[in-house]
Write a protein that binds this ligand. Structure first.
Ligand code: NAD
Length: 296
């Protein structure tokens, strides 16, 4: 690909994604508000701009990977926002996990200027970002997705078109709400079993081939020592942070309120991860919920 791409947000996910795009032959103009993140990007061979606007100059595509709704609003909207300067026909792909209503507002402002926009949040975590195997969960017009497909394929393996603008975010929130609830109940089951003297490893092995099986039992088991490669076996370091799960569950509850849907388990899980955060485990992997629900 010979496209010039502005990549905004060079954190845990954005930096490896931008590096993968550069490997496809694109010219990447990267930017992050954090000078530390910019230094890391330069060390990895990316061209770093002095501002988001400078990064976007001459770019046919803008990809953003920012923490939350307010960061995306401040990047694109308002007099200083990118939409005020992007030429018509520019393609904007926002891969941050944010509120569906926010991305819809940004997409409306983009459309008013002739800028094409997709919400394309991802699943696959930092491992998938580095390996270029992310799943993109996309909302927006089908024709815009076709234009974006080569760019997305440079960073991921699976692409799902969920519907119009915001639908990618809704689907991502559905997935993460299920994940958060399943992790919490798996931790609860392991705490119950071990309280009765069961071996957590044997219990997990049994569940992994029975009807209680899930990603939480098989890949990211929350009980320390059950799986050598899981965050639980390295003090819950790395992985997907408790506070990111807390953010996503908050967005899911908010989205449910907006649509009149009931998500009682999602709401309960949001409170559990909030308690886990208050206990000082906000930066640890979300499977550290095991510590809240009973661990050895
Ligand atoms: P991160 O905090 O590591 O990185 C975000 C970066 O954005 C930071 O470096 C920050 O300085 C930068 N930033 C914030 N506002 C900016 C602005 N206006 N202009 C330029 N840079 C700005 O976050 P992350 O882990 O890379 O996650 C990014 C998004 O992806 C989040 O929405 C998260 O929920 C989602 N996500 C994360 C994971 C994961 O495993 N970490 C997995 C799937 C999805």
């Amino acid at each position: 690909m010979s496209t010039t791409i502005a990549f905004i947000g060079l954190g845990q996910m954005g930096l490896p994604m931008a590096c993968n795009l550069q490997k496809t032959g694109c010219t990447v103009h990267a930017f992050d508000l954090s000078s530390q993140a910019c230094t890391k990007a330069r060390e990895l061979g990316l061209g770093v701009a002095a501002s988001a606007r400078e990064a976007a100059e001459g770019a046919a595509v803008v990809v953003s990977m920012l923490p939350a709704s307010r960061h995306v609003e401040s990047l694109y909207l308002g007099d200083d926002g990118l939409l005020a300067v992007l030429p018509a026909g520019t393609l904007v792909i926002d891969s941050s996990t944010i509120a569906p209503a926010t991305v819809q507002a940004v997409a409306r402002a983009a459309a008013a200027r002739g800028v094409l926009m997709l919400d394309a949040p991802v699943s696959g975590g930092t491992v998938g970002a580095a390996a270029g195997t992310l799943t993109f969960i996309v909302g927006g017009p089908a024709s815009t997705l076709e234009a974006a497909r080569p760019v997305l394929q440079g960073m991921g393996k699976n692409i799902f078109h969920m519907g119009d603008s915001g639908a990618g975010q809704v689907a991502k929130l559905c997935n993460n709400m299920a994940l958060g609830v399943i992790m919490a109940v798996t931790a609860e089951a392991l705490a119950l079993g071990t309280a009765h003297g069961l071996d957590a490893k044997v219990l997990s092995q049994m569940m992994a081939v029975s009807t209680g099986r899930s990603w939480a039992t098989e890949v990211c088991n929350p009980w320390p020592g059950v799986l050598d490669n899981a965050p639980a076996s390295r003090g819950y370091g790395g992985g997907f942070g408790n506070d990111l799960m807390l953010k996503d569950l908050g967005l899911a509850v908010e989205a449910a309120l907006g649509a009149g849907a009931a998500v009682p388990l999602g709401e309960l899980a949001r409170n559990l991860y909030a308690l886990n955060s208050r206990a000082g485990r906000g930066q640890l992997d979300f499977s550290s919920i095991q510590q809240l629900l009973g661990a050895k």
